[in-house]
Design a protein. Structure first.
Length: 278
């Protein structure tokens, strides 16, 4: 039995994250590549999650602003990306998550999505946190690769002082030497002490930042085992990027999951989560 988060977070008009509820799945392609792919992947993931009894949040990014190389594709841009995300939610009635990199983006993004995400590299950027908080949306903050789990308390305080306590915290691994990330599962326990729902980012946890020189490497074969381990420790949501053909993806090609593998992976996840949360 895990110790539930003391603060459940409601995604308005959808569902609750936290407590003793079954984990929420946050997933989708790393970057928005086209409207049709976004709609197709969202539909497939929704169908799988509905069958397994999992609440689902669709995730995809309109701009990958922290690419390794200036020549790497970044995505479709904010205006087109938000239009595509609006089409996804209109089509399926599912909540949407996307990330922001600059304060001025928050109002526009908040007018479309249900959850605003703060990337790990930007977790301590006060102006960005305040702007995201002021939208009143749920804000998912990824713990930076260079931060200790208890350091996230100060990040949470910035949100609360701005008047928004709809906060979710994500573990995505820590830097371990050059071009390598590792996951300390005790981080999930330590961040839970802050009192907010905890997400495990299973695909970025296996990333090797800049590991291929002009782009990041990774090893997707580690994703499912680490996901199972995190669920055994006890988390409120699983984050995983999913693509129909990961090796051809705009970004994070080495660590995104194949869409055709996700049903089995989530089926196993449900089994573990249900045991832990009995």
């Amino acid at each position: 039995m895990i110790i539930p988060s003391t603060q459940q977070v409601v995604i308005p008009n959808h569902f609750v994250i936290g407590g003793t509820s079954r984990f929420v799945f946050i997933g989708g392609p790393c970057a928005i590549e086209s409207e049709q792919m976004s709609i197709d992947v969202a539909g497939s993931l929704k169908e799988i999650c509905d069958k397994l009894g999992i609440h689902f949040v669709f995730k995809s990014s309109f701009d990958k602003a922290n690419r390794s190389s200036v020549f790497s594709p970044r995505g479709v841009g904010m205006d087109k990306g938000l239009s595509i995300l609006q089409k996804v939610t209109d089509t399926y009635g599912i909540p949407i998550l996307t990330d922001v990199h600059e304060s001025w983006q928050c109002d526009a993004v908040g007018s479309v999505v249900d959850v605003i995400q703060i990337p790990a590299f930007l977790a301590r950027q006060t102006d960005l946190l305040v702007a995201a908080a002021k939208t009143g949306k749920v804000v998912n903050i990824k713990k930076a690769q260079f931060m200790a789990p208890w350091d996230m308390q100060q990040v949470v305080n910035k949100m609360i002082e701005t008047g928004n306590d709809s906060i979710v915290l994500t573990e995505r691994g820590s830097s371990f030497g050059y071009n390598n990330s590792v996951v300390d599962m005790t981080s999930l326990i330590e961040m839970r002490k802050i009192g907010y729902p905890i997400v495990f980012d299973a695909t970025h946890a296996v990333q090797k930042p800049g590991g291929n020189g002009i782009n990041s490497g990774g090893n997707r074969s580690y994703v499912a085992p680490l996901m199972r381990a995190a669920l055994a420790v006890g988390v409120d949501a699983i984050f995983a990027e999913v693509h129909p053909n990961p090796d051809m993806a705009f970004s994070d090609a080495a660590n995104q999951l194949h869409l055709d593998s996700i049903h089995t992976i989530l089926e196993q996840a449900v089994t573990i989560d249900d045991i832990i949360k009995k």
